[in-house]
Design a protein. Structure first.
Length: 119
């Protein structure tokens, strides 16, 4: 199924219009309605020949490593790794899928704020 057929049949909109791998636009994000103010394609923070896509509203947060770890990146990642090994997230099997996604993303934002506080 081509992209045009897909968008025609589903009604989804592709919101990425920048190159995501070399000279190609390979990576897509589809939405049912235009709901993001900004779409950015940036270098990926992981080893990949694809770019990363950020879709967001408002201003994007910047992160800094907390000085609590004496500026040592190695110490910081050891602490993160120790936390990750003990972290558990239980999915609630409820009828409200949106509520569960909201709870999941709230947990993720709390963790990001804990380890990468806003500058």
């Amino acid at each position: 199924m081509s992209v045009i057929e897909f968008t025609t049949k589903t009604g989804f909109l592709s919101i990425v219009d920048q190159l995501t791998r070399g000279s190609s636009l390979l990576d897509k994000v589809y939405v049912s309605e235009s709901c993001y103010e900004h779409i950015k394609v940036v270098n990926s923070s992981v080893k990949s020949d694809h770019e990363a896509i950020f879709a967001y509203n408002g201003t994007i947060k910047t992160a800094v490593i907390q000085e609590v770890y004496a500026g040592s990146t190695c110490q910081f990642f050891v602490v993160c790794q120790q936390f990750a090994k003990s972290f558990e997230y239980a999915v609630n099997m409820t009828d409200d899928v949106q509520q569960e996604f909201d709870r999941f993303y709230a947990t993720i934002w709390d963790l990001l704020d804990r380890f990468y506080p806003e500058a």
